[in-house]
Design a protein around this ligand. Structure first.
Ligand code: G3I
Length: 358
């Protein structure tokens, strides 16, 4: 087994142990006689405390442009144990032209994370979107594009080596029917580009956990079957892959009923699962009933992760409805985040806390 798979297996066991300790710890407390003055069990004070009580991390995508906002940075620093680069580590940002690298945004995120004892989630090394034209339209042959891809991975993962805990090495490689997306990497390099990308990332930073990430793979379906078969094949080839990211861009009232089962089947392969980009959108305007359903949905999603030892954590894709990508892409939809337009906690926040078992 690749060291990465061994690492994933250890993580899964550790997750069980930590979860067990958490349960065990509460069992110990129950052996003590309950004193009448014992304070009532109260809800964890932050998402971070709730997640850590279940032996997991909780993260958010970070908008680099908002880090200077005191309200935003206060929530980002106190509520989360993991931060994901929403845009600043994508190819268009870090290598906008061939051989010209800009790590300033990623370095700001690393500095923020280190100041707040948070892990950094690198997003993303190889993706068909937000890819500069010199790559997508470069007219490269296979050997040249292979070199371009491997050089990018080596430079970026190498720059952040030791600072990034997880990388989305390959993002959104599949179509809805489980076939490969015909990105420039797929069409030029063939099926093997994914294994090549993971090997290049491992060479650049052997200590980072390496993930494949996609959307609409939260339930058992043709797309998640395609990812499942790929991950199984990569593991058989000894490719260093540690985790699968279920992006979890969902719709209120439509959480897949087999999410936990799907998480379980991937963790049984020996990789971690992480819910990497959770938001749960609704048709606007929001109302009390939609917000309550959203609370239930956030709890269901996070609880599905908490129920499976190999599910390492959950990350929301943005803090406030005000800053979400959703309205720009889905006109008439929004209110997808745990905080509202005024950075006030929504019922969804309580759903996340409950989902972590607190
Ligand atoms: O940087 C330019 C800026 O110079 C320019 O003035 C401005 C004009 O609109 O655009 C800026 O680029 C924007 C970029 O975010 C950085 O802010 C793009 O227009 C905008 O389309 C882009 O949106 C991002 C989107 O990915 C692009 O696909 C969202 O912020 C980001 O949340 C979203 O995240 C993706 C994940 O990476 C992958 N999974 C799906 C998820 C949602 O689409």
């Amino acid at each position: 087994m690749s060291p990465h798979v061994r690492k994933a297996a250890v993580v899964a066991a550790a997750g069980t142990l930590v979860a067990g300790l958490a349960i065990y710890g509460s069992a110990q407390a129950q052996e003590e006689p309950v004193q009448p003055h014992d304070p009532p069990v109260t809800q964890q004070s932050t998402l971070r405390a709730a997640a850590e009580a279940s032996g997991r991390f909780v993260g958010t995508a970070i908008n680099d442009g908002l880090l200077s906002d005191p309200t935003y940075s206060s929530i980002a620093s106190s509520e989360f144990s993991s931060v994901t680069a929403e845009n600043v580590m994508k190819w268009e940002a870090v290598q906008p032209s061939q051989g010209s690298f800009d790590f300033s945004g990623g370095d700001r995120l690393v500095d923020f994370a280190q100041a707040n004892d948070q892990q950094v989630w690198g997003h993303t090394l190889v993706w068909h979107s937000q890819l500069p034209g010199w790559v997508s339209g470069g007219g490269f042959g296979a050997d040249e594009l292979r070199g371009v891809m491997n050089d990018h991975i080596a430079e970026v993962a190498g720059h952040f080596a030791g600072e990034v805990a997880y990388w989305d090495v390959v993002n959104e490689a599949f179509n809805e029917d489980g076939t490969r997306r015909q990105s420039v990497f797929q069409t030029t390099l063939g099926d093997g580009y994914i294994a090549e990308a993971f090997r290049a990332a491992d060479a650049a930073d052997p200590n980072a956990k390496l993930c494949i990430n996609d959307y609409n793979i939260e339930g058992v379906n043709a797309k998640s079957d395609g990812v499942y078969e790929l991950v199984s094949s990569l593991l058989d080839q000894g490719v260093p892959i540690d985790c699968v990211g279920f992006q979890s861009h969902l719709i209120v009232g439509q959480v897949p009923g087999d999410l936990q089962q799907n998480i379980e089947r991937f963790t049984e392969l020996g990789v971690e699962v992480v819910l990497t980009e959770i938001d749960i959108r609704m048709t606007m305007p929001s109302d009390a009933a939609k917000l309550e359903q959203q609370r239930q949905d956030y709890e269901t999603v996070v609880a599905a992760c908490t129920a499976v030892p190999g599910c390492a954590g959950a990350t929301v894709w943005g803090i406030s409805d005000r800053d979400s990508w959703v309205p720009d892409v889905f006109p008439g939809e929004g209110a997808a985040c745990p905080w509202d337009e005024n950075y006030q906690r929504k019922p969804a926040y309580d759903g996340i806390v409950a989902g972590f078992g607190s």
